[in-house]
Design a protein around this ligand. Structure first.
Ligand code: KIV
Length: 256
């Protein structure tokens, strides 16, 4: 997949994107023909265990981008530009180039960062936009665009990103009517997370989709397609019991 192929999917078929942070999961997503893998800065929460994404560094993004790249043959890899990696256009350009060298084909930037995005696009670096809930700067994770003023601002931001030439836009945590309007009004595909069914595609955080997160309450929009927490819990308990009782290792696990 390349960014033009993603662009061309608008109004043809729905686009799929999932996050990945490591080689194993990236390989499974690639084998299952997921259109895009996002090396999201959500890794600060679901991989590093922090309460938000505000401590994610460029070096963490590069490390995980390289790991994901090892598992991918066809899926488009997009890497998040972490907080403070695009404070100036110069920093943004240098950091985005590093992410591309690490294996990403595009970068994602939160918010209407027109100056920075313009510079990246002028340097042939494909950019995915992101409007609505912006975790790098949000004080509270809540649905955005509930008031007419907020909704209007999100719509304007999306239109401006579209005009600049981003190859797709993530719409995070906004009402479905607003996502539908934006999706209708922009040329570029919209990828929703908590934005309802009218987006051109959907993205989820892989650990939430897989049910790895255990008992924590998940946002309303998450659908758990598996319960890996339960599966891992059971396997580890069994291992501990079998080692302690002497059942494992057996003859067949032993060199003679
Ligand atoms: O970091 C991330 O995983 C994201 C998605 C939630 C879109 O930005």
């Amino acid at each position: 997949m390349n960014v033009d192929e993603i662009r061309n999917l608008k109004e043809k078929r729905k686009i799929t994107m999932l996050t990945a942070y490591d080689f194993q999961i990236a390989r499974i997503l690639d084998e299952n023909e997921v259109d895009m893998i996002l090396v999201g800065d959500s890794l600060g929460m679901v991989f590093q265990g922090n309460p938000d994404t505000k401590k994610v560094t460029m070096s963490a993004m590069l490390y995980h981008t390289r790991a994901v790249t090892q598992g991918v043959k066809r899926t488009l890899i997009v890497s998040d530009m972490p907080i403070h990696s695009y404070d100036t256009p110069e920093e943004a350009l240098s950091n985005a180039k590093h992410l591309l060298e690490a294996g990403a084909q595009a970068v994602k930037i939160e918010g209407n960062q027109s100056t920075v995005i313009k510079v990246l696009l002028e340097n042939n670096i494909p950019v995915m936009g992101h409007v609505g809930l912006l975790p790098q700067t949000a004080e509270k994770y809540r649905v955005q665009g509930k008031t007419p003023q907020e909704a209007d601002q999100i719509w304007r931001d999306a239109l401006q990103l579209d005009k600049l030439g981003v190859f797709s836009i993530v719409l995070e945590c906004i009402p479905k009517w607003l996502a539908r309007k934006i999706t209708h009004d922009v040329r570029t595909p919209t990828i929703g997370i908590g934005a309802g069914k009218y987006c051109d595609g959907q993205v989820l955080v892989i650990t939430e989709l897989l049910g790895l997160v255990g008992k924590e309450p998940l946002p309303k929009f998450v659908k758990k397609y598996a319960n890996l927490h339960e599966v891992i819990d059971k396997a580890v308990t069994e291992f501990v019991n079998e080692v302690q009782s002497g059942k494992y290792p057996e003859k067949c696990h032993t060199y003679h």
